[in-house]
Ligand binder design. Structure first.
Ligand SMILES: Nc1ncnc2c1ncn2[C@@H]1O[C@H](COP(=O)(O)OP(=O)(O)OP(=O)(O)O)[C@@H](O)[C@H]1O
Ligand SMILES: [Mg+2]
Length: 293
């Protein structure tokens, strides 16, 4: 990623006040269940009394609006295309289930590669959101592209969603390796989705944690497992998230446990002064500076 003119105008500044907990939901392999978890976890957080906003960072291929059953008039595309005329306040929308959403724009190939100017706009938008919510949930694009890594790296915590199968685990390890190379590695909390039997997720995590410790020297944390549930896959467009329609089903109960585990590990999820004293906007700008030639 090359850095040209804009960084001179938006140098990282320490945040003076508390801001939201910024959590990135990420994976190495695609299709592990990030968007499913993001949307259901957001509803669980809202019901726990938290002001939560989901940012669909799978720009150009976004689908959180479908999972929330909304038809956004604005998306980040409008913000990126005309930041002078469109404000982040225009783009953030309420969903029927409580959380707010910043839609990522779908079917727009120009959004799959963001240039520096757009990333600067994104940094400002995230800063604005973090100042006004308790939790900012970033639903990341899969893979290790600079863009998907960047959205994971600006978070204080990464919820790493994997499946028990070997391909997903290998890619999860690859993501951990990339995050471990950062000077300030975000906390990594692992969710094993689509498990066939109870405790399969925990044993999968133990193997992943051992490999991560041995080869990167980093510690990752257990956050929970979600069972395979055919009702999730067969859900039709327009149906509410399972946590709304079937609050007592095993996947919904698993999401509630994940929220409980997260709170037990990282605290109340209320606004706080970030450990590095940088806000999310400044962290994004700092990463851009580092990746400049
Ligand atoms: N626990 C589960 N049981 C059954 N199906 C699931 C479960 N979790 C997710 N799925 C299904 O897996 C598919 C992929 O889920 P989802 O879109 O949330 O993944 P993703 O990681 O966001 O994908 P992408 O990398 O493309 O953004 C969807 O059809 C979803 O309904
Ligand atoms: Mg997704």
């Amino acid at each position: 990623m090359r850095l040209r003119w804009w960084h001179r105008f938006v140098a990282p500044e320490p945040v003076a006040c508390a801001e939201a907990t910024v959590l990135a939901v990420a994976s190495g392999k695609g299709g592990t269940g990030k968007s499913f978890l993001t949307t259901n976890l957001a509803v669980a957080m809202h019901r726990a009394g938290l002001r939560v906003v989901v940012v669909d960072c799978d720009f150009g291929l976004a689908n959180d609006h479908l999972l929330f059953g909304v038809n956004p008039r604005w998306s980040v595309q409008h913000l990126f295309d005309d930041a002078a005329a469109v404000d982040i306040a225009d783009v953030v929308m309420a969903t029927p289930f409580g959380p707010f959403l910043v839609a990522g724009g779908s079917g727009i190939s120009s959004l799959t590669e963001l240039g520096e100017g757009r990333l600067a706009v994104l940094a400002r938008a995230l800063g604005w959101l973090a100042a006004r919510h308790d939790v900012v949930l970033l639903d990341c694009a899969a893979g290790l592209s600079p863009q998907s890594l960047l959205t994971a790296m600006v978070a204080e915590h990464v919820l790493l969603v994997t499946n028990p199968e070997i391909a997903a685990l290998t890619d999860a390890y690859a993501l951990i390796k990339c995050l471990a190379r950062q000077s300030a590695m975000p906390g990594v909390h692992v969710v094993v989705n689509r498990v066939a039997a109870q405790e399969q997720g925990r044993s999968t995590f133990v193997r992943l944690a051992e490999v991560a410790r041995r080869f990167t020297g980093s510690s990752i944390h257990w956050c929970g497992e979600i069972p395979e549930d055919a009702a999730v896959t067969q859900r039709r467009l327009g149906q509410p998230p399972p946590i709304v329609s079937h609050p007592q089903c095993p996947t919904s109960l698993a999401v509630l446990t994940i929220l409980k585990n997260l709170q037990a590990r990282i605290g109340s999820l209320r606004p706080h002064l970030p450990n590095d004293r940088l806000g999310v906007a400044s962290r994004l700008q700092r990463h851009l500076r580092r990746s400049a030639p």
